[in-house]
Design a protein around this ligand. Sequence first.
Ligand SMILES: C[S@@+](CC[C@H](N)C(=O)[O-])C[C@H]1O[C@@H](n2cnc3c(N)ncnc32)[C@H](O)[C@@H]1O
Length: 355
Amino acid sequence: MSTTTQTLDEAKLQKFMGRFVDDLGAALSAALVVIGDKLGLYRAMGDGEPVTPHELASHTGTDARYVREWLSNQAAGGYVSYADDRFWLTPEQSLALAQEGSPAFVPGAFQLATSLIKDEETITRAFQTGTGVGWHEHHHDLFAGTERFFRPGYAANLVSSWIPALEGAQSKLEAGALVADVGCGHGASTILMAQAFPRSEFVGFDYHEASIEHARQAAAEAGVDGRVSFEVAPAKQYPGESYDLVAMFDCLHDMGDPVGAAAHVRQTLGQDGTWLIVEPYAGDRLEDNLNPVGRIYYGGSTLVCTPASRAQEVGLALGAQAGEARLHAVVAEGGFTRFRRAAETPFNLVLEARP
Ligand SMILES: C[S@@+](CC[C@H](N)C(=O)[O-])C[C@H]1O[C@@H](n2cnc3c(N)ncnc32)[C@H](O)[C@@H]1O
C-alpha cells in the first residue's frame, strides 16, 4: 500500500466528487441558460403557467424535442419546476430568469461566463507568453453579458444607497452637477444616474468604441440622450475639467495604469469633487477571498481583468480582488488625500476618494 493510499480520506474524496458533480452540471448548464434566454424560453414561461415541451416550443418557434431536453436539464438543476409532464417557473425562478430588469436577474452572468469559455484558447496562450488580451479582443457576448450582469446591482443600489453614502454628492447632483462615468462600457450606470438626476449633465467615456456606440443607442432608447453623451477616450486622457463627480464602475482594476488614471481624475475633478470607485468586493488577504464570491471574481480576473490590464501600458494587473488597502495605495499615489469605504454589498466595494 502506498503512502498516498494510506493517507487518502475516503469521506473527503466523496465530498470533493460531490462538489465536482455540482460544478460539472453547472458548467454544462451555463450554455443552456444562455439558450433559454436568447430564444425567449424563460420569458415565455414567465407567467408561471405550467406548459408541455410542445406548448413551449410552439410559443417560441423552437423544436419540441430540443425543448424537452432543455426543460429536463433545467428541472434537474432547479431552474424550472416539474410535475405531471408539465414545466413551470415559480415566482422566484421567474424573477431570476424571465424578468430582465429585476434585481435578481441572472442570465447576463451566464452570457458573460459562456463568452469567456469561448476565449479559453486565447487565454491559455496568454499564460504561456505573458502577453495581455485587451477587453476589446473578447467575444461580443462579454460586453452585453457584463452590462446585463451588473445592471441589476446598479439599479438596486447606485441611486438609492451608493450616491447618498458619498459626502455631499447627492445634493450637488440634484441641483445640477457635471459627472464623468469613466470606463462606462454600455453605459448602464451613466443612464441610471441621468434618469435619477435630470438637472445634471453626464459624459460616459470608454476606450472601447463598440461599447460607446451601444451606450449612445441605449441613452437614446432611454430618452436621456439630451443630457448624456458618450465619447471614446482612455481613462488617462478623457477631456473636460471641474467635474463634480467622476465615477468608475468595475473598471479601475482592468486598467494597465490605474495610478495614471487616478492622477488624471485628480486633475479633471473640481476642488470639492468626488471620485466614486466601485470595485468587486474583496478582503485584503487571499484568505479573505477564498469563498464563492471570491471564486467568481478570481475566475473573471484570470480570464478578463488581469489580461486586460496586461494589454495596456504599465500593465499593473491589480486583479479583480485587489482589496481596499491596495486600492487605497493606488488612489493615494494618484494624488488623493482622503479615501474611505462609503458602502458595500456582497458583490461590491463602494469607495470614495476626495482631493
Ligand atoms: C468590466 S467592464 C465595466 C463596464 C461598466 N463600467 C459597467 O460597470 O458595466 C470594464 C470596462 O473598462 C473599460 N476600460 C478598460 N481599460 C480602460 C481604459 N484604460 N480607459 C477607459 N476604459 C477602459 C473597458 O473597455 C470596459 O468597458
